[in-house]
Design a protein around this ligand. Structure first.
Ligand code: NAD
Length: 424
């Protein structure tokens, strides 16, 4: 038996400390009191499991894995599952806390959770991935459930992975439990519009932010880092709305064309070659160069802490849309704010996914499914309302959009906690 070793984390700041510090700063703004702060600074539950998996060559690898619930004051916990070599417990805890704020900001009846397996899904065969997913699900089976904690996809996991989680849980119960997980494929209880929901929600936020600054999506020049679920869908939607996508990237590097990159052509190239390398209609750039491009909107849609104290002064975009979770460090956040760059924080900008996950959960519980137009219209309502509420607080209190979003969210979670009271 071999135990897979995780590589050193790519993050500069401890994400959990970063999330806690963000909370402390907001707590001082809205004065929730020390007792409440102490409760919210901790995760309710963190489970660490080992996941032995038989590989195709007959050997057994053991993977470290986690499931963390940060808070359930407003309802069952909700949050994605990440498959990535750099997953850590601290990162998972930070992501769980951010989910609590995101659900509260959107007004959803959920708390926050997150899960992760320390693995490189690209190096696994489909059968290995399935065995890993089924064993991980079994190890956390007492933690999850439609009324308890509802996972969803995140980096490195897909609708297929959600289908295996749904099936494993249902097999153990003896009947199909649609509400146990969201982001499922359509033919096993998924929701129309879920796959593109995070990108769509980010697109709505960019549209509203441009409007506040007297502009429209048409003609906006956009650079997007990350071409997975969030980045690729955002690119398609903004291009469709008349935006010019000047740059795209993935983990291997990026492409740049000031006149615009055809998203469809870039996707076709990536499908064939698995990278953007040698894409004829644009110049090759690095991920670092992409962040410093001259554009109107920069959307980091890959991993955490890509905009740091070292490169925040080089950002030229006037709007940063955080498609990824935690892409801006605390130091970078202050630099961008001081430079007058409008940062649309992750808890607002990438909340479209959890909103449509909520719709999928509701549809699953009712076993009654909605039309795509209905899903997208309801998503637009919720995101636009949350954007307006955040904007109003940002203007009235003269604080950043991140602080405004956190202030609203933390206030709502505190209110629910006080109203419910401390058990026993
Ligand atoms: P994904 O696995 O589908 O795609 C990730 C993309 O980022 C890929 O194109 C990958 O090549 C690229 N990437 C990885 N490492 C990179 C690096 N070092 N530099 C540049 N690019 C890199 O993941 P996703 O679901 O699109 O998630 C992306 C981010 O959005 C994550 O922070 C995730 O937590 C967040 N998010 C996702 C959802 C969702 O519904 N999928 C919802 C909310 C937030």
């Amino acid at each position: 038996m071999t135990t897979l070793q995780a590589p050193a984390s790519f993050t500069q700041e401890n994400p959990w400390e970063m999330a806690r510090e963000q909370l402390r700063r907001v707590a001082s703004l809205i004065d929730i009191g020390e007792n409440m702060l102490n409760v919210l600074l901790e995760c309710k539950k963190a489970v660490e499991v080992s996941v032995p998996v038989r590989m195709d060559d007959g050997s057994v690898l053991v993977y470290d894995a986690f499931r963390v619930t940060h808070n359930v004051a407003r309802g069952p916990s909700k949050g994605g599952i990440r498959y990535h070599p750099a997953v850590t417990l601290e990162e998972t805890k930070a992501l769980a806390m951010w989910m609590t704020w995101k659900c509260a900001l959107m007004g959803l009846p959920f708390g926050g959770a997150k899960g992760g397996v320390v693995c490189d899904p690209k190096s696994l065969s489909q059968l290995e991935l399935e065995r890993l997913t089924r064993r991980y699900t079994t190890e956390i089976i007492n933690q999850i459930g439609p009324e308890v904690d509802i996972p969803a996809p995140d980096v490195g996991t897909s609708p297929q992975v959600m289908a295996w989680i749904f099936d494993t849980y249902s097999m153990n119960k003896g009947y199909s439990v649609l509400g146990v997980v969201t982001g499922k494929p359509l033919h096993v209880g998924g929701s129309l519009g879920r796959e593109e929901a995070t990108g769509r929600g980010a697109g709505f936020c960019v549209r509203e932010a441009l409007r506040k600054r007297g502009h429209e999506l048409a003609g906006a020049r956009v650079a997007i880092q990350g071409f997975g679920n969030v980045g690729a869908n955002l690119a398609f939607l903004l291009e469709e709305a008349g935006g010019t996508i000047v740059a795209l990237s993935d983990s291997t590097g990026g492409i740049y064309n000031p006149a615009g990159v055809s998203v469809e052509a870039a996707k076709a190239h990536k499908r064939e070659h698995r990278t953007f390398e040698d894409f004829a209609e644009a110049d090759a750039i690095t991920n670092a160069e992409l962040l410093a491009l001259d554009c109107d909107v920069l959307a980091p849609c890959a991993l955490e802490q890509v905009i740091t104290g070292d490169n925040a002064t080089e950002v030229k975009a006037s709007i940063v849309c955080e498609g990824a979770n935690g892409p801006t460090t605390l130091e970078a956040d202050e630099i961008l704010h001081d430079r007058g760059i409008l940062v649309l924080p992750d808890v607002l900008a990438n909340a479209g996914g959890v909103v449509v996950s909520y719709f999928e959960w509701v549809q699953g519980l009712q076993e009654y499914f909605w039309k795509l137009d209905e899903v997208n219209a309801k998503l637009n309502d919720i995101i636009t309302r949350a954007f307006e509420e955040t904007w109003r607080m940002h203007v009235e209190r003269e604080i950043s959009m991140r602080q405004a979003a956190y202030a609203l969210a933390v206030g709502r979670v505190s209110e629910a906690t006080v109203t419910r009271g401390l058990y026993p």
